[in-house]
Design a protein around this ligand. Structure first.
Ligand SMILES: Cc1cc2nc3c(=O)[nH]c(=O)nc-3n(C[C@H](O)[C@H](O)[C@H](O)COP(=O)(O)OP(=O)(O)OC[C@H]3O[C@@H](n4cnc5c(N)ncnc54)[C@H](O)[C@@H]3O)c2cc1C
Length: 335
């Protein structure tokens, strides 16, 4: 375990904002993690820092989870279980799976961050969420250091949601995740942009590697690389509104997209709302709304967490005034 006192979080969060914490513990060992969970008061848990925005200095302990290891169970099985340590990097794991011709996570290629954070918001992209391959996870309870296993049902996954953002928020440290992958693949190309790239490449019968390559191509062409421009991907969740509200809005804004679901609600792309509230490419101080994708807020250089949050609040306000829809952040705000 490495302990850094009065640590700067700037290089540990992809927004690249200056913020400090009292103590940063980098933990690679499960026994040390159990002790830390038992004895440290109310710590914040950090993975790759690609979905957090620290605002100001955090007068708390931060535990960075760096537990490693990937193990495959039933090597010969058609749909083997794979256990992955929480500190493994998500995309490195996707590449590991592709190398072994194991499918199910190819649409989630290039999502930044760690395995341990992936169930927290049920990471999703291009028509797939981790829920679809999820089997179970293990976590350490804060306060007691006890290990608990959560089944898929117990995780209560939803859109960018799980029990760890609800009742169990701040109570557990995920130490490892078990996924069920496939050897006989059913590729998912339902997301239009994937099919477009495959068509351009003349690929009629795509492999999981082809799908991964297409996803990487799309992501690199429209999302800013956090190593170059600080950001945390989509800043807001796509709001889900009642169908009758959507129908009324659609009469006024005829090109407003919406994805209806069976429960008489409609998911509206937050990027469209932000763009049509006039924010795309705009900035306040050092905080900007990304020019190629309005859903992404960026650190234009030297922004503070407060500046980025102020921009987010302005966006929430103007979108609310124009569409009567309240945006909520997908990013975890640390104050
Ligand atoms: C360019 C870019 C693109 C992105 N694209 C997508 C996308 O397509 N889809 C998507 O879903 N997300 C996307 N994200 C968001 C982000 O990559 C995911 O949310 C990712 O799972 C966060 O992982 P992390 O390790 O960086 O978590 P962190 O940012 O470190 O933490 C996120 C939250 O999880 C908690 N946490 C982290 N590790 C643990 C643990 N071991 N146990 C308990 N709690 C933990 C933290 O306390 C925090 O609340 C994107 C981000 C960026 C920068």
């Amino acid at each position: 375990m490495e302990l850094i006192n009065n640590a700067s979080l700037k290089s540990f969060v992809t927004f690249g904002v200056e913020a400090s914490c009292d103590h940063l513990y980098r933990i690679e060992d499960i026994e040390e993690l159990k002790l830390a969970a038992q004895f440290l008061e109310n710590p914040l848990i950090l993975g790759g820092g690609s979905n957090v925005l620290p605002i100001g200095d955090i007068g708390r302990n931060v535990l960075r989870i760096e537990l490693k290891g990937i193990e495959i169970e039933e090597e010969e099985a058609n749909d083997p279980l794979v256990h992955i340590g929480a500190g493994e990097i998500w995309h490195q794991f996707v590449l590991w799976a592709l190398d072994r011709n194991l499918g199910g996570v190819e649409n989630l290629s290039l999502i930044p961050g760690t395995i341990g954070a992936s169930p927290i918001q049920n990471i999703g992209a291009y028509g797939v969420e981790i829920e679809s391959v999820f089997h179970s996870l293990e976590a350490v309870k804060l306060g007691t250091g006890e290990i608990r296993r959560f089944s898929k049902e117990e995780c209560r996954f939803g859109y960018r949601d799980s029990i760890f953002k609800q009742e169990a928020k701040g109570q557990y440290i995920i130490t490892g995740v078990t996924l069920r992958l496939t050897r006989e693949h059913k590729v998912n190309t339902s997301y239009g942009a994937i099919q477009d790239v495959l068509n351009q490449r003349g690929i009629l019968d795509p492999t999981i590697q082809d799908v991964s390559n297409a996803v990487i191509h799309i992501r690199q062409s429209k999302l800013p690389d956090p190593a170059v421009i600080g950001n945390a991907g989509s800043f807001f969740k796509n709001p889900i509104i009642p169908k009758n509200q959507y129908d009324t809005l659609k009469e006024m804004f005829t090109d407003m997209p919406g994805f209806p679901s069976e429960d008489l609600t409609v998911k509206v792309p937050a990027g469209w709302l932000i763009e049509h509230a006039g924010w795309k490419g705009k900035a306040i101080g050092h905080a900007g709304c990304y020019e190629k994708q309005a859903l992404v807020l960026v650190n234009l250089g030297g922004a503070t967490g407060t500046e980025i949050w102020n921009l987010a609040e302005e966006i929430i306000k103007t979108v609310g005034e124009k569409f009567e829809i309240r945006l909520s952040p997908e990013v975890n705000i640390w104050k």
